[in-house]
Design a protein around this ligand. Structure first.
Ligand code: 86X
Length: 512
């Protein structure tokens, strides 16, 4: 094993076809036998991603197809996002709870309209040991039904409202499409917020507030800019009056949904009997929302920033902010490590997460590659000459920039550089997004833009048939309609794709 690792100190550029020759590569067990990624993101985006997430030790495949292990490096990111979003919603009065994983079949299908299309994806439990259950149980694909059954019991009068609960949990949707870790898996982690209000105004206001929180998660934690807006009638959640979403544009020109916030109106309250007596003792059905963000968001962030050397992590979600690689020689070892100890302490005092890689069995160059693969935002190199000159080498993961800086004040400087990295990643992605949006009013122009991997902003009629034909003709689907409609469409404005009247400016794009 050790020898194996040593023989791989250089990144292998050629495509490794050992697995193909041996015929051992299986759908759920890709072979990873080189340290570096063997394809570039430009030549094979999907293969680059699957190698990256394994070699950066984020994800491991399991023996269940479509179900993946989140290793500590990935789970750390989720915990940071969890802490951030949890803080935002708790400050607004949302409380956390936990509802059962299993949902009786009769309850899951009580509100048939919203589940119809989803039924083929439900995973079922039929037995407890050898005993067949009286009624089979669904493994939750989402928790509306199990939560709203309880809500109906708890809500009696306007005094019981608003009721605002959230849960952090796993859900299962038995995908039949090809699965990809983080982006489409059969089990994933998310938060689902389910809130109930006496008035529609309060509920609607909350859907927008939550959407702003999702935007904050993407921008401030993941350094990913998003497009906020309203989903089309066809793309909204069938159980909702309207669905709001944040959408991101990946570097390969594909758009991907980041999170959703639904206004459920009274659709569920009427089915589940969630009603209350108002101040005049009149019975009213409650107004509801639901909203969610999942571990897919981690996948979006990885795709957004990473490169051919591996993962690039925004400092806000990086398990290690600064990796210190001391350059060690027998006679100066002690001196260098002494200096490293001091600078480590200063960094940690500022809340910077530090790791000192003083392993003897690897060369500095090998370590540089490893920490670049793992996406550590900032690397410190410090050798005997640096100690003499009282300096340390700063190497940025996002730009590759190298700079020798005085040891005195290095911690303060590191803090600034980490902030710069966080800002730079967002700005780079923001520029890409900005220069990718093309405003068009006729389909021919949209086709050209789509061919160039652009996002289209176009006046649209919002008709299902029209969306179908757009997809067929130019291969894009609607993402959402931005809230700022500029210029405001006047009555009679033509749809960009058909003879109908345009209802709103909509974003369209190739989707992931
Ligand atoms: C839709 C709606 C909603 C709470 C969210 O988007 C955010 C958090 N839920 C989820 N949806 C389903 O309702 C659904 C239902 C079944 Cl039975 C299923 F198998 C899959 C589903 N997928 C999505």
């Amino acid at each position: 094993m050790d020898k194996d690792i040593k023989s791989q100190t250089k990144y292998v550029k050629e495509k490794d076809d050992l697995s193909k020759k041996a015929g051992v590569k299986q759908e759920n067990t890709p072979v990873v036998n080189t340290k570096g990624i063997t394809v570039s993101k430009e030549e094979d985006y999907a293969e680059w991603f699957t190698q990256l997430i394994q070699k950066a030790e984020l994800i491991e495949y399991s023996s269940v197809s479509g179900c993946y292990i989140l290793r500590p490096n990935a789970y750390f990111i989720w915990e940071e996002v969890q802490t951030f979003f949890d803080g935002l919603i708790k400050k607004e009065g949302v409380k956390n709870a936990y509802f059962p994983l299993f949902i009786p079949e009769s309850l899951l299908f009580k509100e048939s309209k919203h589940v119809e299309g989803f039924a083929p994806e439900v995973a079922w439990v039929d037995y407890g040991g050898d005993t067949k259950l009286g009624e089979r149980l669904a493994v939750r694909p989402t928790s509306e039904t199990i939560m709203y059954e309880a809500y109906a019991k708890w809500i009696r009068s306007y005094n019981d409202l608003p009721l605002r609960l959230n849960q952090w949990c796993n859900v299962v949707r038995w995908e039949f499409k090809h699965c990809t870790p983080l982006l489409r898996s059969r089990e994933f982690l998310w938060q689902e917020g389910h809130t109930v209000f006496a008035t529609q105004e309060e509920a609607v206001a909350e859907t927008h507030m939550i959407l702003d929180f999702y935007e904050k998660v993407f921008r401030e934690m993941y350094a990913v800019p998003v497009l906020k807006g309203r989903k089309s009638e066809q793309e909204k959640f069938a159980g909702a009056d309207f669905t709001l979403s944040v959408e991101a544009l990946l570097p390969n020109g594909k758009a991907i949904q980041g999170a959703t916030s639904h206004h459920l109106g009274q659709n569920f309250s009427k089915v589940f009997g969630i009603s209350f007596l108002d101040e005049e003792q009149r019975k009213r059905f409650a107004w509801q929302n639901s909203w969610g963000i999942s571990t897919r968001s981690i996948g979006i962030m990885i795709l957004m920033h990473s490169d051919n050397k591996g993962l690039v992590l925004p400092p806000r979600v990086a398990p290690i902010h600064v990796v210190i690689v001391p350059i060690l020689f027998e006679d100066t070892r002690w001196k260098v490590l002494e200096e490293v100890k001091i600078i480590k302490k200063k960094l940690e005092a500022k809340g910077i997460r530090v790791y000192v890689d003083d392993r003897d069995k690897y060369t500095p160059g090998w370590k540089f590659n490893e920490w670049e693969m793992k996406g550590v935002p900032l690397r410190f190199e410090i050798g005997p000459k640096d100690v003499e000159k009282k300096q340390v080498m700063f190497v940025r993961r996002d730009t590759g920039e190298k700079q020798g800086l005085p040891l005195v004040g290095a911690a303060e400087e590191a803090e600034l550089v980490l902030e710069q990295i966080q800002r730079n990643l967002l700005e780079k992605a923001q520029k890409r997004l900005g220069s990718s949006i093309e405003k068009v009013t006729v389909i021919d122009k949209a086709a050209v833009a789509a061919g160039k991997g652009k996002l289209i902003l176009a006046p649209w009629c919002e008709q299902a048939g029209c969306e179908e034909s757009i997809k067929e003709r130019i291969g894009v689907k609607s993402l959402n309609a931005p809230f700022e409609q500029q210029p405001n469409l006047k009555k009679g404005h033509k749809c960009f794709a058909c003879d109908g009247e345009a209802k709103a400016w909509f974003y369209f794009g190739k989707s992931y």
